[in-house]
Write a protein that binds this ligand. Structure first.
Ligand code: PMP
Length: 397
């Protein structure tokens, strides 16, 4: 599997060669590989040629990037936004760390499950206590105020909401987001909005508004396909923003200037071009969102042909979850749980997936759909061959 094409642009394949066995099709990580746009390359060249190139970038982040982030939120929400309320972080995960540490250290943070695998650890490292809240099986495993209320204690400091959800792809709609915001205000806790996949959902949140009960964490990794640049940000009201800046200052210090310059160029470009598709997305973002919608559908279709695994169609995002209860029930490949099945499929089928249990979704497997149709079909074919043979083994013994 080499030279897989993503969209119209050729890009390096995610396939990796293991020491033993055939090349593995690795669908386990969540990145969107695209060539860096020329605007980003030019910005990096300019930044590295400037007389200050070897120096620190400004502590809270470069003004051009903070302005581009603020402009993005202004376009999206229709509200006036202030670049001084934006702090640049080393990726969204450092933004989450800083936001949790600033907003909820020593308190409990409610985490709707399923959730991104890193949330519980990031929250603990930020000095808070993660409390998972099971989503509603009848409503896409999303949470509602009643479920949050059942988990609330006087120690609750924040609730961390992500939409579309990594891993399930479920999306909060406008009404539910309004309810969650009202609940946070009524309970006097902080809604931490993880906005990293904002353009890839069936609903785009246009009501983001930092204040005493809300802080927004975003980044360039997913919607702008710039994961390797490690650019994230926190959009917060001034008091919380000051605490976030203090944490950034004493953890990473200023983020790489050339990387910020590149992200600023890409965001400014997206802000400047009119919306196609989703009204608030620039041309590049809208094209990427359309391509991902197609790739989600292609992944569902490809995986529907695999026996013993059942795709759960996602409403958004860059992932697809497979219900593995049938394969696990038969103990195919000797696997008693999703982690064992993941390992067995990597070595037996040559397909790298992620175990759902790390996302609070045991019994499921997650794959990234940001791949060509050809790669997804080959992965499905490999899974089919491997699981069919494994089922034959089971019936023969
Ligand atoms: N939030 C979610 C829900 C994610 O899935 C990820 C990355 N997979 C991040 C945050 C972190 O993004 P970054 O690469 O910018 O640190």
């Amino acid at each position: 599997m080499t030279g897989s094409a993503r969209g119209s642009s050729p890009a390096p394949s995610l396939a990796v060669r293991e020491d033993t066995g055939p090349p593995v099709i690795d669908l386990s990580s969540g990145q969107i590989l695209e060539p860096l746009p020329e605007a980003a390359r030019a910005a990096i060249r300019r930044a590295t040629e400037s007389p200050e190139a070897s120096g620190y970038a400004p502590g809270p982040g470069r003004a051009d990037l903070r302005t581009a982030v603020a402009d993005h939120y202004a376009r999206r929400t229709g509200a006036a936004t202030d670049p001084d309320h934006v702090t640049v972080t080393a990726g969204a995960r450092h933004g989450l760390f800083a936001a949790v540490a600033a907003a909820a250290a020593g308190r409990e943070v409610l985490v709707p499950a399923p959730h991104w695998s890193h949330y519980p650890t990031v929250i603990r490292q930020a000095g808070a206590v993660p409390v998972t809240v099971a989503g509603d099986p009848l409503h896409g495993l999303l949470v509602d105020p009643a479920r949050l209320d059942a988990a609330w204690t006087p120690r609750t400091g924040a609730v961390l909401v992500n939409s579309p959800v990594n891993p399930s792809g479920a999306c909060y709609d406008e009404g539910r987001l309004r309810e969650l915001r009202a609940w946070a205000a009524a309970r006097n806790v902080r809604l931490i909005v993880d906005d990293i996949y904002w353009a890839y959902g069936s609903h785009i949140d246009t009501r983001l508004l930092p204040g005493p009960h809300e802080v927004v964490v975003g980044g360039a990794s997913k919607v702008y396909a710039l994961a390797g640049l490690r650019i994230g940000w926190v959009w917060a009201e001034p008091a919380l923003g000051a605490a976030v800046r203090e944490i950034v200052e004493h953890t990473t210090g200023p983020v790489s200037g050339p990387a910020q310059a590149a992200a600023a160029a890409v965001l400014a470009y997206e802000n400047g071009t009119g919306g196609t598709g989703a009204a608030v997305a620039g041309a590049g973002v809208a094209r990427r969102a359309d391509r991902l919608a197609r790739q989600r559908a292609e992944a569902v279709q490809a995986m529907a042909a695999v026996p013993y695994l059942r795709p759960v169609p996602p409403a958004g995002g860059i992932y697809l979850c497979l219900d593995a209860s049938e394969a696990l029930g038969l103990r195919l490949l000797g696997a008693g749980d999703d982690q064992e099945l993941c390992r067995a499929l990597r070595s037996g089928a040559g397909v790298g997936l992620r175990a759902g249990s790390t996302f609070g979704m045991p019994g499921f497997l997650r794959l990234c759909v940001a791949e060509s149709h050809e790669v997804l079909l080959t992965a499905a074919h490999r899974l089919t061959t491997c699981l069919t043979a494994a089922a034959r083994e089971v019936t023969h013994h």
